[in-house]
Every structure is written in structure tokens, then in C-alpha cells.
Ligand binder design. Structure first.
Ligand SMILES: Cc1ncc(C[n+]2csc(CCOP(=O)(O)OP(=O)(O)O)c2C)c(N)n1
Ligand SMILES: [Mg+2]
Length: 585
């Protein structure tokens, strides 16, 4: 399609350049100022376009697609507050290094700072949360300006193909006309042909650094291999996909070290991985290994017990190819800058032999004891329904499907109390740990993967993103939302403030329960009615047997909400009892 006028020409160049950088999808939110962008995107055969009316949800959907595909996703919105609604997802994408191409439309310069509607300062709107920002030229007067225009876009897109990957932002001002009328078709055709040539010549560039191991890193690994009791910690995002998980498996085999893998690490399903990495650290037996050497891949662990172990370890070394400091406890002694393939090549083929690992067998038998205990708990009728629902989901999920875990207790129940023994892709927004945008992220994962996707989510996180229900309903995806409704924030029961707020209330004869007021925050929502309003299938589960519905939901192309009624106080008491039991091992 030849762009009809200059607004469409600039838009089409932006879209074409994004496609050349590997994107295959776009999420568009409606508006007037972004008509040239939205129309140019939707006319592109190479793009899978979706329309989401809520920009906050749209951005999280894009995040989900980018996570599932590993490719950048375009976001297009109008000017004003629409652009600010992308913020939470941009922040998450930045810290979890997920590529998004944010294209915001804007009013032209002569309408800025003059009280024009829907007009804010969109320059550098996302500050340090994006890898690059570009305000593109408002008009192109000559071929030379066109050349500069295309090259400026390429400059802005460069982080998409570098180790410094993450969201990029291009702000595009549009003056009238905002409708696809023809102006000077000859001139536009000439410029379009020229722009296409420049894009083809210059993109794709590749700025990824050589992450082959340097001599100093090899030396460091040699030193580590001589130490006793080396453990591997795989934090969130340690492996981005199944092929990377297989490389991990090779590493573990060569090193013969125990693997403690976070549920969002991408490697928790590996057979040579500790089944209950959190609970094993609750046992008294584990105390004697607490000061060993840890080789740490990926992000900060979800499990509090793993985090405490990490903070107290004597030798902690990170393996990562990107340039981002991940060390909240200031314990990392050194970083081996490499990709996991190069690391694997070294430990599999060279003279580096990890010889001092006596603990693997010990830990495996301890892990087996925990598994037996957990199987026993799971089969008891007293097992809390929220934890039972999580274990059931892991049982029935087919190989190749997706599991999306909301922050708060949903991810903790699965991470701490479930084992994962099949190839299921697990997703969680662990960059910033927000409880926002989770339904939208899951929608993105389901759209991109075309595989059954189960989301486990708390009631407050669900309420945070109900606008997404309008969007997911019409996508033709298999999405099952397990809504763990404990009427408020269950996670706060596990924090010291739970007891201290109550004691404070008692001492001061307070007339209200301050814990419930500021942290418990029950919302008393009728989710059955809510789902009906959105036209989404709903199922209630009050007892274990009713959870058999989950397996039925995994067939077909529907969105189902399964509400699991649970009690945050009772589950908290049970968890304490369970951990006390495990601690005896
Ligand atoms: C956007 C955002 N707001 C607030 C928080 C703080 N926060 C963490 S967990 C939580 C409660 C979540 O409740 P729910 O989703 O019902 O899960 P539960 O704790 O009951 O498992 C809150 C408010 C956050 N992480 N992200
Ligand atoms: Mg809750």
C-alpha cells in the first residue's frame, strides 16, 4: 500500500522499521490523533493486530505477547492520558528486559502548551524506564530530511537488538489531515520507495555483544569448580524458553550440583531440579549447608527462604549476559558475563571439573521426604482450597501449555508448595512484582502461544485488571482464570505487621481493625455477577471435588473464570503448621 499522504508516510515508515526489527504484532488503542499509525498498522499483512480500548491493559497484553514470543510488540495510542496508562507495563518491561515498541501520537508543536485538549508533554514521558526515546520530525521537506527521519528511527530501535533490550518509545506528532486523503501521490510514492530501500539496507542491525567467555571468567569458573558444596540458583527468567532450559539441564548434569529453581525460572520442570526449593530450606537438615557457594542465574527468587539463604551464603557468583545489577543483598562477589550456552560449553567440554559436590545425593533424599509429606497433605481433606487448587492446576495442565502466576500468594503457593514435573511454560511479572495487568499479560501469552493458558490470581489482583475481561472475551483463546478469592490481601498475614498492627489496636483500644482497613482490604465483590456482566463463563468451587471443572475448561477456545472460595486466616494457620512439620526433617 502506498501511503496516501505525509502523515501516513511517516507512520508507515515507523511500522515498517518495527517489522524489520522483528515484530509480528501490534496492540492498538482507539483515538483520533493516532489514526495514521493505527490505520498503517492494521493494513500491514505482516502484523497480527489487536484492539484493546484500555491502554493500561493493552500495554500488559503486549508484554505477555513479547514474553511468549521473545519478539518486540508495537503499542499504538492517542495523545494525552492514554500515553500515561502504558506506564506500569513499561516499567515492568524495562526491568524484565522485554522489548516493546511504544508509538504514541501527539499534537503538533503549535498546539503544545496552549490548553489544547488531550495535550501533555510527552517528551521523555517514560524517563529512565525506556531504553531510548525519540520525538520524530513533524514534517519531511526533502529526501535528505527523509533519510534523517528513517535513520533516527533506526537509532531509537537499536536497543531492540542488543543486550540492553527493553522498551523503546517514539513520539509522533500529527497535524491535520488525520484522515487518509491523498495529497501529492507522486512525491509520496517516491519518498516511500526511498524509505523502504533505506530500511532494507540498514535494518536488521545487530548490536549484541560477543558473550563468549573471557579468559578471566574461565579462570573464575575454574576456581569455583574446586570449591565444596556448589549449588545452582535459577531465579526468575533464568531460561527464556525450552531450548535454553535444555542447555541448563546439561549444565546441571556436568556440574552435578543441586539446582534450586524459582517457579518462574523456566527450568523448574527439569528432572534434576529440587522439587521443593523453598521447603527444603525450612528443614533443620539444610542448616548445615547454609554457607556454601552459589552460582546464580536469573532474577531475585520469589521464595523468602531461598532469598535468606542467598543473603547468608559465603560465595555468590552471578552468570548473566546483560548489564543490570541484580544483588539487593550486596552479596555477589563476581559476575561471569556470558550467555548460558557459552557457560554450558565450558563446563561440558573443557577441563573444568566440579569435583567437590558431595551434597547432591543428600539433598535429593531430603527432597524426596518433603515430596512424600506434601503428597500426604494434598490428599487430605483439610488441605486449604487455594493451595489445593494450585496443585490441581499443575496436575491437569498438559505439556506445552502455559501457566501465568499473579504476584502475591498465587505465585508463592505454587513456588513453595508445588512441584512441576512437565514442560509447562511459567510466566510471572517478576520485574517489579506488581499485582496490576495480570489478566492482560495472561491474555497476551494465550494469544501469542495459541496454547491452553491458566492464570492463577488473587481477588485484588483480579479486580485490578477487570477491564481486560472485555478484551479477552473476544480473542478466541483458551484462558482459564483460577480466581483465589480470600476476600482481600492474604499475603499481608505473613508479614510482621499482621501481629503488630493487631497488638497496637488492642493496646490503644482502637474501635476498628487497622490490619483489615489498610492491608486486609476485603472488597466483598460478587464475581459471578461481575463475570455475567462481561459475558464470561463462571464456575464456583467451594469444595475440592468441584475443582474437576478446571480440566474441562482446558478444552475449546473459551475464557473461563473458576472462583475458588478460600479463607486467608485459615490458610495462613495451615501454612505455619505445615512449615513446622517440614522443619523437623
Ligand atoms: C500495583 C500494585 N499495587 C499494590 C501492590 C502491593 N500488594 C502486594 S500483594 C497485595 C495484595 C494482593 O491481594 P490478592 O491479589 O487478593 O492476593 P492474595 O494476597 O490474597 O494472594 C498488594 C496490595 C503491588 N504489588 N502492586
Ligand atoms: Mg486475596
Amino acid at each position: 500500500m502506498i501511503p496516501p499522504n505525509e502523515n501516513w508516510l511517516r507512520s508507515a515508515i515507523l511500522i515498517e522499521s518495527a517489522i524489520a526489527c522483528g515484530t509480528g504484532s501490534a496492540i492498538i488503542s482507539p483515538g483520533s490523533r493516532n489514526t495514521p499509525l493505527a490505520h498503517s498498522a492494521i493494513m500491514q499483512n505482516a502484523l497480527d493486530c489487536h484492539v484493546n480500548i484500555d491502554e493500561r491493559s493493552a500495554a500488559f497484553t503486549a508484554l505477555g505477547i513479547a514474553k511468549a514470543t521473545g519478539k518486540p510488540v508495537i503499542l499504538i495510542c492517542t495523545s494525552g492520558t492514554a500515553t500515561a496508562n502504558y506506564y506500569p507495563a513499561v516499567v515492568e518491561a524495562n526491568l524484565s528486559r522485554i522489548p516493546l515498541i511504544i508509538i504514541t501520537s501527539d499534537r503538533p508543536a503549535h498546539l503544545q502548551n496552549r490548553g489544547a485538549p488531550q495535550t501533555i508533554n510527552q517528551s521523555n514521558l517514560y524517563g529512565s524506564h525506556v531504553k531510548s526515546f525519540l520525538n520524530v520530525a513533524e514534517k519531511i521537506h526533502s529526501i535528505q530530511e527523509l533519510d534523517e527521519f528513517v535513520k533516527s528511527i533506526m537509532g531509537a530501535f537499536r536497543p531492540l537488538r542488543s543486550q540492553n533490550i527493553g522498551p523503546v518509545h517514539v513520539n509522533c506528532p500529527f497535524d491535520e489531515p488525520l484522515q487518509p486523503i491523498k495529497i501529492d501521490s507522486n512525491k509520496i510514492r517516491q519518498r516511500w520507495d526511498y524509505a523502504l530501500r533505506v530500511i532494507a539496507e540498514k535494518i536488521p542491525f545487530d548490536d549484541r555483544l560477543n558473550t563468549k567467555l573471557e579468559r578471566s571468567s574461565i579462570k573464575l569458573i575454574e576456581q569455583l569448580s574446586k570449591l565444596n558444596d556448589v549449588c545452582i540458583l535459577a531465579g526468575p527468567g533464568a531460561a527464556q524458553n525450552l531450548p535454553e532450559a535444555h542447555i541448563f539441564s546439561d549444565i546441571i548434569e556436568s556440574i552435578n550440583a543441586p539446582l534450586f529453581a524459582d517457579i518462574a525460572s523456566g527450568v523448574r520442570h527439569l528432572p534434576n531440579c529440587i522439587n521443593y526449593p523453598d521447603l527444603i530450606h525450612a528443614t533443620k537438615t539444610m542448616n548445615k549447608y547454609n554457607s556454601g557457594t552459589i552460582i546464580w542465574f536469573g532474577g531475585y527468587p520469589t521464595s523468602k527462604r531461598l532469598a535468606t539463604w542467598l543473603a547468608g551464603a559465603e560465595n555468590v557468583y552471578r552468570v548473566q549476559e546483560y548489564d543490570q545489577i541484580i544483588d539487593p543483598d550486596h552479596v555477589v562477589k563476581g559476575t561471569i558475563h556470558t550467555d548460558i550456552q557459552s557457560f554450558s560449553n565450558l563446563v561440558m567440554t573443557s577441563d573444568v571439573q566440579f569435583t567437590g559436590n558431595r551434597i547432591n545425593d543428600d539433598l535429593n533424599s531430603l527432597d524426596d521426604k518433603i515430596s512424600m509429606s506434601m503428597n500426604h497433605q494434598y490428599t487430605s481433606e483439610k488441605y486449604p482450597l487455594d493451595m489445593y487448587a494450585c496443585a490441581t492446576v499443575l496436575d491437569v495442565l498438559p505439556k506445552g501449555s502455559n501457566l501465568v502466576l499473579a504476584n502475591s500468594m498465587s505465585i508463592r503457593y505454587v513456588d513453595n508448595f508445588c512441584s512441576l514435573n512437565k514442560e509447562v511454560r511459567v510466566f510471572a511479572n517478576k520485574g517489579v512484582n506488581g499485582i496490576d495487568g495480570t489478566i492482560s499479560t495472561a491474555a497476551g501469552v494465550a494469544i501469542a502461544s495459541k496454547q491452553p493458558t491458566v492464570l492463577i490470581i488473587g481477588d485484588l489482583a483480579f479486580l485490578h485488571d477487570i477491564n481486560a475481561l472485555v478484551f479477552v472475551r473476544d480473542q478466541g483463546i483458551n484462558l482459564t482464570i483460577i480466581l483465589l478469592n480470600n476476600n482481600g490481601g492474604g499475603i499481608f498475614h505473613y508479614l510482621p505487621s499482621y501481629n503488630s498492627l493487631r497488638e497496637f489496636d488492642k493496646l490503644n483500644n482502637c474501635k476498628f481493625d487497622s490490619f483489615e482497613a489498610i492491608q486486609g482490604t476485603p472488597q466483598n465483590v460478587d464475581f459471578d455477577l461481575l463475570c455475567k456482566g462481561f459475558g464470561i463463563s463462571y464456575h464456583a468451587c467451594h469444595v475440592q471435588s468441584e475443582l474437576s471443572i478446571v480440566e474441562e475448561c482446558l478444552i475449546g477456545n473459551d475464557v473461563n473464570v473458576v472462583e475458588v472460595f478460600c479463607d486467608r486466616t485459615a490458610t495462613h494457620d495451615y501454612v505455619n503448621m505445615l512449615v513446622d512439620e517440614i522443619a523437623k526433617l
